[in-house]
Structure formats: C-alpha cells, structure tokens
Design a binder for this molecule. Structure first.
Ligand code: ADP
Ligand code: MG
Length: 697
C-alpha cells in the first residue's frame, strides 16, 4: 500500500475524535487527502505595520505595541465587552473582546509589549481590532513566524479542536514523517518545458512557504497539475469515445434536407448558422458519434439548425428527437416546426407529461414501426416505455436544464448511440465551458439574424413606476405586447406568489382597457397553454409571469420586458429574460425595476445589463461576481470542486493546461508511449478516486 493511503486516524496527534471530524466535516480520509488540503490564504507575519498605517479595509495585519488602559464594560450582549488600547510610536488603536473576558483579563498585562494580529475594522469612526491574537514575543522570534497558511474549517470541526492552526500543525507533522520525496505526476519533459517545480517541492512549500516567490511557484505548479488532469481526463474520454463509438453515417442530404432548403426555408440563414450546419454535417459523415454543444445567444436561431440536423437523420432512414426542458417550450417547438414543415410529408408528434393515454398508444406504435420521423417532447421522452425504431439523432435544447445523467439516458435509446446535439443559450465563458463540457465539441452562433434592433435596457427605481407605465402604454398603443416578470424562489415562495398576484391585480386595475394574462408554475399545463396561446395570438396585451417564461418562449410581437425586483435575479437570468423581447423587427425595451437601495453587486448587475447585450460579456461578469459554483448548470457537474485552482482567476493556467493536454494526446492518443506512463497511471488513480478512501474508516 502507498503510505499516503494510510487512514487519517493513524497520523500522530489525530485521535479517534479528530479522525471522525476530518472525515465527516472536511472530507479528509487519508494522508493524501490531508496533503492536498490546501491553505485558502496566507498571512504575512514577516511584516509589522505601524499603527498609523492601519486602514479599516485592510486584511489581517500584525502590529507591535504596548498595552494600556484595560477596561471591562458590563452590559447585555455586545455591550458586554473588554477594551484595551495598544500604542506604538505612531499612534494607538483599540482592541475589543466580547467573549472569554474573565480569562483574557488574567492573561493580558498592561505596560507590556505585544505582537497583535487581527483584522482592523471601523466602529463609531474609530479603528479597532476585535478578538486579536496576542503574542508576547522577542523580536527574533517574529522573523521565524514568516508566511502562515490559513486553512478552511467548519464550525463543528473547530469546536472539536480542528482549527486552522491545528490543521497546519498536523500537516507539518505529516510532512516530517514523510521525508522521502512525494512522487511526481507529470512527465519530466513537461516539467522542463513549462519551468515547473517538482511536485514534492510544491507540496512542501504550499504548506510551509519560505518566501512569497517560492509560494507562487508552488501554487502555479499545483494549479496547473489540477487543471491539467481535468483536461487530460476529459479530452482522453472524448478520444476514447470517438474511437469506440462508431457513429451512424448520414451520407445523403438529397431528400427532405434538400427540399426544405430550396423550397421551404422561411428566411436566408446567417453565416453563423450555415457554419454550424456544416460542422454538424461533417460530424455525422465522419463515422464517429457526434457530441456537439451548440452555444448561441437567445434569439440567435438555434432551432432551425436543429431542424436541419434532424432532416439529415431522416434522409438517411433514421428518426430524430428534440428534447426541451419545459412543456411550454416543447409545445412551442412543436407548433413552430409544424409551421415550417408544412407541405413536407413528414410525420412529427409531441410527447409531454400531459399527452393523453389514447394518444400515447398510437404515438408509441408509430415510434416503434418507424413511421414517426420526429418526436418532440419533454423529459417524458426519457421514460423507458418510449422506444424508437431507429433513433439517429437527439437534440437537447437548453442543455443546462438537464442533468448529466439525463444526457446519458438518451444515449441508451438505441443499441448504437445516436448522434447528440446539445444546445444552450446560457453563454458559458470559454474557460468554464472547457471545464464543464470539455468532452464535447463546441460550435458557436455568434451572429444574430439581420434586421434586429438591439434591445434598449433601462434601469428604473420603484418610485419612477409611472415612467415605466408610460412606456408600456406607448408600446401597446403601437400594437405591441409586454411581459412583466416577478421573481419566484422556493425559499420565499409564499411572499413571492403574493407579490405576483398583487402585481397582476394592480396591472389589471391600472390598465382596464387592456387584456392581461398570467402565467406561473402552479397552473395546470392546460391553463398554461391556454394563456400562452392567448398571448401568442395577441388576444392579451400584457403577460404577468414568473420565470416560467424564461426559456425559449418566442412571441415576436412582444417588445417590452419589465422585470420587477430585478435585483433579485442573477445576471444570466436577467439576460435570458431580456431575450424574450427583441425577436421582431421593432425596437424593444427591457426595464429593470429595483428599489433605490441596492447592494454593490446588485448595482453592478444593473449597470452591466444596461451597458451590454452581449451574452458572453455578461457571462464573464456573472462568473466574476458569483464565482463558478453558482453558475447555471454547474452545480451538479462536480467538476467545479477544485482544490486549489480558481476558474475565474486562473483562466490562463487553464488554457495552458488544456493546450498541453491536447498536444500530448495528439502525439500519443492512447498514452502508450513510455514517457506518458506516468499520465496514464495518474488518471487511473484519479478514477479510483475518493470513493475508495471513503470506505476506510
Ligand atoms: P434561439 O437560438 O433563442 O432558440 P430561435 O431559434 O427561437 O432562437 O430563433 C429566434 C427567432 O429568430 C425565431 O423567430 C426564428 O424564426 C428567427 N430566425 C432564426 N434564424 C433566422 C434568420 N436567419 N433570419 C431571420 N430570422 C431568423
Ligand atoms: Mg431556443
């Protein structure tokens, strides 16, 4: 056994109680886990600030001074506290404690020199440091403290004695116990080429950095390694899949494809659309299974691309299916495509949760005997009872709404996997896409159909609601329609529904001359369809709704999108909502209504929306504001659990990692050359992964 696989309980200083906490709280099961439990920041204890230098927005700092005037104030809660003044040659600062006062009082001595370490804040316009660490030290001891790592811990773990300091001590113990070099995981050639330090040195320096520049080298090495292996794994999987899964070959396009292109095309395709169709055509002729991600901003025209792909399948004797995340969207795709395919002698049907039994029966029969060419639907398609005659292509729309496992289920709808095209309007920043969908080929539609006027976005405070209504009236008088969207989240569902219904009543009262629709998740599918259809036909002018209208809904005559409590939406969601308008040739508007008081982040979101219509730019800002963990569709992926790298900050390292991995696989697709043994071995080790360690207890 590799000594690093030793269960954590066997480390000196870790008793059964700490071992239990390591496992349950910090997911540290064995020595190797502890070794890669990296500090999340460092404090520089080499520098001592003078008190005059201290500002309230500084991170943790270290100062040196003499304590005077220790006072205890008695009171309730935070009024019960102890204060002391620390002074050096340049000034003085207040130190405060709210707990452990009795004990501290006996410990801290006036007129004595201390090294004080903590985070300065401002309270009542005076600087103070709450609960600082205090040390009574000699100057030469200070130098030895150096750069100190800080480790994440949980409340429960801290309570059980596993605070940052203890974790650090245990890691140092482990490093001492293991004087031999830690095994290398990267080929020598690449270490040389990229000027990396060894894994052994990196692991030691990351926990015990002698200097900033050495720490940086250690961080770079370990970040690179982490990202490199994710990329190598994804690209390797992609390669294996391409080698192992022969794809159906769609050679012909001289039937329906040809006919549709020449006789039924409703508008000329944009160049971007043509390019993507070309990408797909190449994939489906290659003899390898297609796994392609199509990214295109809302309204960029992905649906017709999907249709062309489906026609390729049909021309070669296969069936095709299109999956949408909601019933509204599936139904809309069905109607939209039915219109386009009129006069085309194709059999297309719709399957959703509310498709009636009798209808299902005939649908399933046509599906099995092959007379059904295209099946459009929701998750209902994934049920076992849905059996195709020969599924050649599956299109998954708004991919981020589907989990990875659902993507896998569609693969199994045939003995031989069908070609897969997944489409998303969530513009995923390139670096994130690489990490999340590194096993897919990516095409992008980066051009909107001609003649669209960019949507004008306006931010208004609630007090200016009359201005919002004025614009609404103007537009409706021109014959257009409007959406008014309210936030709805699980945690505050009750209040949110009340706001929605209040809003609905208010709008009806304010605009008695207009018809108003309402759409939300608690309605039955029939009622939703009914309201959606009325709005689509122009029988109602205003649609009050929750975000159920977010995905894919297409009403070209709608020119106003009013978003209430816009500060409660994330950036990508705001962008998705805005994309519901601006689908016709008219000038469209998006109005973001918020209270006057906004958080810094909220303000940034509104500014970004007003400034740009570019989904990719918005996604970048979103990623920076929220971090990848919160981005749509990334939550279930599990790939985002990085130990040291940061997808936002380390984009350059990620690119380097990906390019390196690609180069290696290009030269040695199966990683069978001797210098790459180390890569294959590490990949195997990764695949065995945590689950093994988790069993040891
Ligand atoms: P999305 O990419 O958001 O799914 P859709 O496929 O729904 O976009 O297309 C949005 C609208 O643009 C639809 O009304 C569609 O008919 C129209 N459209 C798509 N491509 C073109 C084009 N090349 N020229 C003009 N209109 C187009
Ligand atoms: Mg769409």
């Amino acid at each position: 056994m590799n000594p690093l696989d030793t269960p954590i309980a066997y480390l000196k200083g870790v008793g059964p109680k700490k071992a239990e906490l390591f496992q349950s709280e910090l997911e540290v099961f064995c020595f190797a886990d502890l070794l890669t439990y990296f500090p999340f920041r460092y404090v520089d204890r080499t520098k001592i600030y003078s008190i005059a230098e201290i500002q309230p927005d500084m991170p943790y700092v270290q100062i040196k001074g003499i304590i005077s005037k220790i006072e205890i104030m008695e009171g309730k809660g935070r009024n019960n506290r102890m204060r002391a003044i620390l002074s050096d040659d340049t000034g003085s600062i207040e130190l405060v404690w709210f707990t452990g006062i009795k004990w501290l009082k006996s410990l801290i001595k006036p007129q004595t020199e201390y090294i004080v370490f903590g985070k300065p804040t401002e309270f009542n316009r005076r600087l103070n440091i709450a609960h600082p660490e205090m040390e009574h030290l000699q100057p030469n001891e200070i130098k030895e403290m150096g750069l100190q790592p800080v480790y994440n811990s949980t409340e429960k773990a801290k309570h059980g004695g596993l605070d940052s300091k203890t974790i650090g001590k245990l890691i140092r113990e482990l490093l001492e116990q293991h004087p031999a070099a830690f095994a290398e995981t990267l080929p020598n050639e690449w270490i040389q080429k990229l000027g990396l330090i060894s894994r052994n040195q990196a692991l030691r320096h990351i926990h015990n950095p002698p200097q900033w520049n050495e720490l940086q080298k250690a961080q770079f090495r370990l970040k690179f390694e982490e990202l490199f292996y994710i990329q190598l794994k994804l690209l390797n999987q992609l390669g294996i899949r391409k080698r192992q899964n022969p794809g159906f070959i769609f050679e012909h396009i001289d039937g329906h494809f040809h006919k549709f292109y020449h006789e039924h095309l409703p508008f000329p395709l944009t160049n971007a659309q043509k390019n993507v169709i070309r990408d797909i055509r190449q994939d489906v002729r290659s003899g390898k299974q297609m796994n392609r991600l199509l990214q295109g901003d809302v309204g960029s025209g992905k649906t017709i691309v999907a249709l062309f792909a489906m026609l390729m399948a049909i021309d070669n004797g296969f069936q095709a299916t299109l999956l949408a995340p909601t019933e509204i969207l599936a139904t809309q795709h069905f109607h939209n495509l039915s219109d386009m395919l009129q006069g085309m002698q194709l059999n297309m049907r719709l399957l959703t949760g509310s498709t009636r039994k009798s209808e299902r029966k005939s649908l399933f029969a046509e599906l099995i005997d092959g007379s059904l060419n295209i099946l459009i639907g929701t998750h209902a398609i994934l049920e076992e009872s849905v059996v195709f005659h020969n599924l050649g292509l599956a299109v998954i729309d708004e991919q981020h709404r589907f989990g990875v496992s659902q993507r896998a289920r569609i693969w199994q709808k045939n003995k031989q996997s069908p070609h897969i095209l997944v489409m998303t309007a969530t513009p995923i920043p390139r670096t994130l896409a690489m990490t999340l969908y590194g096993d897919l080929d990516v095409s992008v539609i980066d051009e909107l159909p001609p003649g669209r006027k960019p949507i004008q976005t306006i931010h208004r405070f609630e007090i200016s609601r009359q201005k919002v209504f004025d614009l609404l009236i103007d537009e409706i008088q021109k014959g257009r329609q409007a959406y008014i969207v309210y936030p709805l989240i699980e945690e505050s569902e009750k209040v949110d529904y009340k706001n929605l219904f209040d809003g609905f009543e208010q709008i009806k009262a304010a605009f008695p001359q207009y018809q108003v629709s309402i759409l939300h998740g608690r309605m039955t599918p029939d009622a939703k369809d009914f309201e959606m259809a009325r709005f689509l036909k122009g029988e109602t002018q205003i649609m009050v709704a929750t975000t159920v209208i977010e995905v894919g809904v297409n009403v070209p005559n709608a020119s106003v999108m009013i978003i209430e409590s816009a500060e409660r939406f994330g950036l990508s969601q705001l962008h998705q909502l805005r994309g519901r308008v601006g689908r016709g040739a008219e000038q469209s508007y998006c109005i973001l209504v918020t209270p006057y008081k906004l958080s810094e982040e909220g303000r940034k979101r509104m500014e970004t929306m007003v400034r740009t219509n570019d989904g990719f730019e918005i996604a970048e800002v979103d990623l920076q504001l929220r971090g990848p963990g919160d981005m749509d569709g990334t939550r279930q992926s599990g790939l985002i659990n990085l130990k040291i790298a940061d997808i936002v900050k380390d984009q350059k390292i990620l690119s380097l990692a990906r390019n390196s991995a690609q180069l290696i696989l290009d030269n040695d697709p199966e990683l069978s050359q001797p210098q790459n043994n180390i890569l294959l071995a590490t990949l195997h080790q990764m695949n065995k992964g945590k689950s093994n360690w988790a069993n040891i207890s």
